[in-house]
Design a protein around this ligand. Structure first.
Ligand SMILES: O=C(O)C(=O)C[C@]1(C(=O)O)C=C[C@@H](O)C=C1
Length: 302
């Protein structure tokens, strides 16, 4: 049985995603996103389940930073969960003066808190479940949690279905050390991180390498390299799988433009959206063009 570290403690959204992705594997709750990946890097777990992006609040910076540091890990699967929250408090507790949660969760219920708990001060916690633990300990008066949290923590439910954007979703990744990749399905996502040199047009060149090959970008985020102020790493997700000639061609171009390129995986998309194929930029077009060039090189064609 393989072991999956997940961003815990028990009752987080990430645990739900890990259960959906893992089947019957052993699940290990870990306090932070970074430590979940460290557990894999140090061989204490075979894979890690971590949040990557939310439809309201955007990317999870801790996940991007942990993916770009230390030894490479690649995403082999993803899961998308609808996100609405329950607000939990101690049974028989008094006034709610503080309400804690993960910053991504607080950002998704800002309007609800202003309308329903205007006197409560929002406090950031390491995860939604860590906020529930803090309420039990008396550190905070209320916690904004995943609905399943109430099954793990003996707290009273003050409100359910809390969300400023009713159809919000979060996408989660299952990452593991590089190895055999999932098979291409036609509805795949490839991810890379490029530490580009700081000169005119670098980002435009990277994006043009994808656009020229008819490849649709699905996410672009920048994070500081932490070395020199103003120097950034660019995280790019795009449609397609490295097993496809058009994607391999793009990756080799990105590598040429930017030698500091890390491959972060190719895997099926959870939403099943099939890759866009632009005219003249299908895999057959790339194979045909390579055969034609080869024939020219051998002197078989003019
Ligand atoms: O704290 C949790 O429950 C998490 O799984 C983390 C997380 C996130 O990082 O976005 C996951 C989903 C929600 O958007 C809020 C918090």
């Amino acid at each position: 049985m393989s072991r999956i570290a997940y961003f815990g403690p028990q009752g987080t959204f990430t645990e739900q995603a890990a259960r959906a992705l893992a089947g019957g594997e052993e699940l290990i709750p870990v306090e932070t996103v970074r430590l979940a990946m460290t557990a894999v890097r140090e061989g204490e777990a075979d894979a890690a389940c971590v949040p990557i992006e939310n439809s309201v609040e955007g990317v999870v910076p801790a996940t991007l930073d942990a993916l770009s540091e230390s030894t490479p890990l690649v995403a082999v699967a993803e899961h998308i969960l609808p996100v609405h929250f329950s607000v939990l408090a101690r049974r028989g507790g008094g006034d709610i003066k503080t309400v804690a949660s993960h910053p991504h969760a607080l950002a998704q219920v800002r309007e609800w808190l202003e309308a329903n708990l205007p006197d409560a001060r929002p406090v950031a916690s390491s995860s939604t479940s860590a906020a529930a633990v803090g309420v039990l300990d008396g550190q905070f008066d209320a916690a904004v949690c995943a609905p399943v949290a109430v099954e793990h923590y003996d707290l009273e439910v003050l409100a359910t279905e809390v969300a400023d954007v009713s159809d919000a979703v979060t996408r989660f990744l299952l990452v593991r050390p590089p190895g055999e990749l999932p098979e291409p399905t036609g509805a795949d996502r490839t991810s890379v991180v490029a530490a580009a040199v700081n000169r005119t047009g670098t980002l435009a060149e990277l994006l043009t390498a994808l656009a020229d090959r008819g490849i649709n970008l699905t996410r672009l985020d920048a994070r500081p390299t932490r070395n020199n102020f103003g120097e950034y790493r660019f995280f790019m997700d795009f449609e397609g799988h490295v097993a496809e000639p058009r994607i391999l061609d793009a990756l080799t171009a990105l590598r040429r433009l930017c030698r500091n390129l890390r491959f972060l995986g190719s895997h099926p998309r959870a939403d099943g959206t099939r890759s866009t194929i632009e005219p003249g930029a299908g895999n057959d077009d790339f194979v045909d063009a390579a055969m034609w060039a080869d024939a020219v090189r051998k002197g078989d064609l003019a």
